[in-house]
Design a protein. Structure first.
Length: 228
């Protein structure tokens, strides 16, 4: 097992409490990752996880990034927790400076895109009627647009769960990132960095999903490649 720093969501703005949905734990353990939970009230998250000897970072799902962090007014963002934003930015600074792998899930994909200078659509249905229902109990199809990942997974498409109301398209994509999975409406569902160990998906591989087998193979391959 390799210890990875795992971020937590925040609930109850009046008396903030950090939490992690239990489904993350068996998913990460299946990837030989031992979750090291990172509280959002730490004065120095990077020093905390360095002292614990973490070997990577997992940015989990949850509430939305504060729009002020990417210089926008609030246009439908919810569940905002600036302490969490600060924690995740500090962990990204540390991970990328030390070459540690970073995995992003749902909100985590959006955080990574913002960190590298991209943008974010704060509420897909309010932004345009062309977007599909991304905050839904019904799975949807995403196209694998990266040739090497199509070969790895031996498929051109995946059917994934979808539990997000924010998202990015090519217009919001950070210049240093590459999309590898895209929905029919143009929402980017998977991205990676061509030179740094960064991989993120917009769906939730830890929850029930038709893509579970492919998800395990995708994440395991990413981590195995780094170990060689």
């Amino acid at each position: 097992m390799h210890p990875f720093a795992v971020t937590m969501d925040v609930r109850d703005a009046r008396r903030p409490a950090d939490y992690l949905r239990q489904a993350y734990v068996p998913f990460l353990q299946g990837l030989e990752i031992a979750p090291v939970l990172v509280p959002n009230a730490l004065s120095d998250p990077a020093a905390h996880v360095t002292a614990l000897g973490v070997a990577g970072v997992v940015l989990t799902g949850g509430g939305d990034v504060a729009p002020a962090r990417y210089s926008q007014p609030n246009r439908g963002s919810r569940g905002i927790a600036p302490q969490r934003d600060a924690t995740e930015w500090a962990l990204l600074d540390l991970a990328l400076a030390r070459g540690l792998p970073v995995l992003g899930i749902c909100r985590g994909l959006q955080v990574i895109n913002l960190y590298f200078g991209g943008g974010l659509i704060q509420d897909l249905p309010a932004h345009s009627a062309r977007f599909l229902a991304h905050e839904s109990d019904e799975p949807h199809e995403v196209a694998l647009v990266h040739p090497s990942l199509r070969r790895l997974l031996q498929t051109a498409t995946l059917h994934t769960n979808t539990h997000h109301h924010q998202g990015i398209t090519a217009a919001e994509l950070a210049p240093d990132l590459i999309p590898f999975a895209v929905c029919a409406d143009g929402v980017i569902e998977g991205l990676l960095h061509p030179a740094l160990p960064v991989l993120a998906v917009q769906w939730h591989p830890e929850r029930p999903t038709p893509s579970a087998g492919h998800d395990r193979r995708l994440f395991a391959h990413f981590l195995d490649a780094l170990a060689k």
